[in-house]
Design a protein around this ligand. Structure first.
Ligand SMILES: *Cc1c(COP(=O)(O)O)cnc(C)c1O
Length: 404
């Protein structure tokens, strides 16, 4: 008689009708390439850039082909050199070390805390030890570290910060939007992030030299004058013969789909957070479960939910995952020996030299992750929490049995 959940954890909402109509319009006129404009036309991509810059309060914005492309482009525009060390969170998604390596850099992993954010003390130590001048700060799964302290520590260490905001589009720390704390912020508009264009990315910055280099890198064919959210033309004169073209532009079709979603982002954040808070209160004080603290200063977007099952043997966690899956609740586990879907971790990235990360390894061993698509209702979220809570309550029994 146990309850079951029947919806899909990977089903996002449809594209808003307004976005569908705008996309059809772009297909009807055929000018999909961002620089293919009729007389007097700004183009969907340039308009999206202008609107996103205004949304986060940045001077400049560039729309690109993916979040991973945004990260690599930002590293190159920041002047990364061959073999240069780049600090980054030890708990992040594979596109982050991938972007560093693809840009010719060498990831140096920084430990994360039990609340899944960068350990700022370990960052300071590793900045000094490695001599790195770049931090690719990944707000993995939407958790923000103490951004004032991070910014001060980075400034002391002479380290420039590029933020990976794939899970923090629409989030803020003490009212300052995520992506606005360092040299640049990078976002993803891939289907599972906070706006959905299939694939896509955005870069924001106030630095005109950085943004001129990024726009040239993205493949602007000397048409940078068509950017509404770019720096003035004289900035490009400085760099236009020096920046290689690494094509990764966004097109007008995707931008047309995204613009109505941007207008709705603040409302969607509230809907996501209603789901998040429902799961959180349903799991409060559940046996064996450690929730992740959400600081007062953090405005987050609860598009996914994490919790920890500390100090359990892997077999007990695997049993819990299987038991919840049997009741329709799809959980991901960052501690499994083999990566499944997006759960790879630093030991699986064998293109990076192995690094000793005992704190992160201990945390990931018991870290459970769950998507919360907006196709779920608060009632769904409450049911999911009840199922997780009941199955977590059974783990202790299994462990006790196993110990005999
Ligand atoms: C999704 C994601 C990216 C990259 O986004 P893509 O658009 O899929 O390339 C980067 N960092 C994190 C943490 C992500 O989850």
């Amino acid at each position: 008689m146990s309850e079951r959940f029947a919806k899909s954890f990977t089903q996002q909402e449809p594209i808003p009708e307004e976005g569908i109509a705008a996309a059809v319009e772009v297909m009807r006129h055929g000018r999909l390439h961002r620089y293919n404009l009729a007389g007097g036309e700004a183009g969907e991509t340039a308009l999206l850039e202008e609107e996103f810059a205004a949304f986060v309060g940045a001077r400049h914005c560039l729309a690109v082909a993916s979040g991973g492309y945004a990260l690599g482009c930002a590293l190159r525009a920041a002047g990364i050199g061959p073999g240069e060390p780049v600090l980054t969170n030890a708990f992040t998604l594979a596109p982050v070390p991938g972007a560093i390596v693809a840009a010719g850099g060498r990831p140096v992993f920084v430990e994360v805390t039990e609340d899944l954010v960068l350990d700022i003390d370990d960052f300071a130590r590793k900045a000094a030890a490695s001599g790195a001048r770049l931090l690719l700060l990944s707000h993995m799964r939407g958790h923000l570290c103490d951004m004032e302290r991070l910014a001060a520590t980075a400034a002391d260490a002479g380290v420039q910060v590029i933020e990976d905001c794939a899970h923090t589009m629409g989030a803020a720390w003490n009212g300052v939007p995520s992506g606005r704390w360092g040299l640049a912020g990078c976002y993803s508009t891939q289907t599972y992030k906070h706006m959905n264009s299939g694939e896509g990315g955005l870069i924001v910055s106030d630095d005109p030299d950085f943004m001129a280099r990024a726009i040239l890198l993205s493949g602007s064919y000397m048409l940078y004058g068509r950017h509404l959210a770019g720096p003035p033309a004289e900035m490009f004169e400085r760099y236009k013969f020096d920046m290689p073209n690494v094509s990764g532009r966004m097109d007008n079709l995707r931008a047309a789909i995204l613009r109505p979603q941007l207008r709705d982002l603040a409302a969607r954040r509230e809907r996501w957070n209603a789901l998040y808070r429902t799961v959180e209160s349903g799991l409060r004080d559940a046996p064996g479960i450690r929730l992740i603290a959400r600081p007062q200063a953090e405005t987050f977007v609860g598009s996914s939910f994490q919790f920890r099952l500390p100090d359990l043997p892997p077999a007990a966690i695997a049993g819990f995952i299987a038991a919840t899956a049997a009741r329709g609740v799809e959980l991901k586990w960052f501690g499994a020996a083999e990566p499944a879907a997006f759960t790879s971790r630093h030991v699986h990235w064998r293109y990076v030299a192995p690094q000793d990360l005992p704190a992160t390894d201990r945390i990931l061993a018991g870290l459970i992750d769950m998507r919360l698509p907006l196709t779920f209702t608060p009632g769904d979220a409450a049911l999911i929490a009840r199922i997780i809570r009941e199955e977590a309550g059974c783990i202790d029994g299994r462990r006790a049995g196993a110990a005999v």
